[in-house]
Design a protein around this ligand. Structure first.
Ligand code: ZN
Ligand code: ZN
Length: 203
């Protein structure tokens, strides 16, 4: 085995770890391959010209149009591998496209009324509970509903739309937590209102 010292990292390495270079005396380059690689990765690059940028963007759009599914999974994988960068790109996009983002969000919310209603409900509940930390989210709420077999905790019917009743009402200092929640039909929920359980049952 022949070895030589890399002029960059200074390690003495197997000659095979140097790229071939016909012009040099020993037929190999001065830097080892790893050094070439790290240099390429660290080298400051000039910003893309506007033409180049347009060219790349058009090419990416065409590839997406041709095969959206595979492009999408490629994009997701790319984002996963550079989480910080992807977030920064998103943030930049949002600051430069405030109006578009708002429009898109509105359109999405319009086509997902259920989600929207749940968001508003959670937001209001949290606010009325004094903004304290809450363990109520879509998942924990769904678990609770399943525990009650989708039935109203008070009258036992299985309503089409189940509502969140706070056992100790928020207005009476109750917390917006799973422990203080029962699934209830709209009728029981409205009837109980801001009463405590004992007060409600008594009347
Ligand atoms: Zn080296
Ligand atoms: Zn009920």
């Amino acid at each position: 085995m022949t070895a030589k010292r890399c002029a960059r990292c200074g390690f003495v390495l197997d000659i095979e770890l140097f790229n071939r270079e016909a012009a040099s005396k020993d037929g190999r380059g001065r830097w080892c391959r790893a050094c070439h690689k790290t240099y390429a990765a660290e080298r400051p690059r000039p910003p893309l010209s506007e033409d180049k940028r347009k060219h790349y963007r058009a090419r990416a759009r065409a590839a997406y149009a041709a095969d959206p599914d595979s492009r999408r999974s490629y994009i997701y994988a790319w984002r996963e591998s550079r989480p910080g960068y992807a977030l920064a790109v998103d943030r930049k996009y949002r600051t430069n496209h405030v109006e578009e983002c708002r429009e898109r969000r509105r359109a999405w919310q319009k086509s997902h009324p259920e989600y929207n209603r749940a968001q508003t409900r959670d937001h209001n509940h949290r606010k009325r509970a004094g903004g304290l930390p809450s363990d109520v989210n879509r998942q924990s709420w769904e678990v609770l509903v399943v525990e009650w077999n989708g039935r109203c905790a008070y009258c036992g019917i299985r309503p089409e739309r189940i509502t969140q009743d706070h056992v100790v009402p928020l207005a009476r200092g109750g917390s917006h937590t799973i422990a203080n929640l029962r699934p209830a039909c709209q009728r029981c929920n409205s009837s109980k209102g801001t009463k405590l359980l004992a007060e409600w049952i008594a009347c």
